[in-house]
Write a protein that binds this ligand. Structure first.
Ligand code: FES
Length: 144
């Protein structure tokens, strides 16, 4: 039986790990994020302003049809969709349902654009973050 030193064992282990030859457990959360979350199909968004609410990565979110392409939106033909976090960037309250293409925060009165997530009225000073959207053969997916 051949003995190897502890140092030799560490070198071999490092090389095997670096080449990916050892089985590495997948991160289930990472795989879920790559798989995405189905947020609907195009017919769920028949008009500008049509929207759906759901949780993405444990974050309340809204997916809305917007009038034109925006940073963070996707376009399928002439349909443009954006996914926004509904967590106010001021102190984390959840914004209410859109009214007149705006999302209002019930806590301190910030107002955000449904089209872009931009702040239209403070005290919040950062826009609502967007989630990446992808169009797939069976629907629209958000990648949390
Ligand atoms: S938490 Fe939304 S305005 Fe303060």
């Amino acid at each position: 039986m051949t003995k190897i030193s502890r140092r030799e064992a560490l070198v071999v282990l490092g090389a095997v790990t670096a080449t990916g030859c050892l089985p590495v457990r997948d991160n289930p959360g990472e795989n879920l994020a790559k798989a995405g979350v189905k947020v609907g199909v195009l017919t769920d968004f028949p008009n500008i302003g049509s929207n759906r609410n759901l949780e993405l990565a444990d974050t309340p979110a809204i997916i809305a049809r917007v009038a034109k392409p925006q940073a963070g939106s996707i376009s399928i033909g002439d349909i443009h969709l954006i996914a926004l976090s509904k967590v106010c960037t001021h102190f984390g309250c959840v914004v209410t349902a859109p009214v007149n293409n705006e999302l209002g925060c019930p806590c301190h009165g910030s107002v955000f654009s449904l089209e872009t997530g931009a702040v239209k009225q403070g005290p919040a000073n950062k826009p609502l973050p967007t989630f990446k959207l992808e169009a797939r053969s069976d629907g629209i997916y958000a990648i949390p």
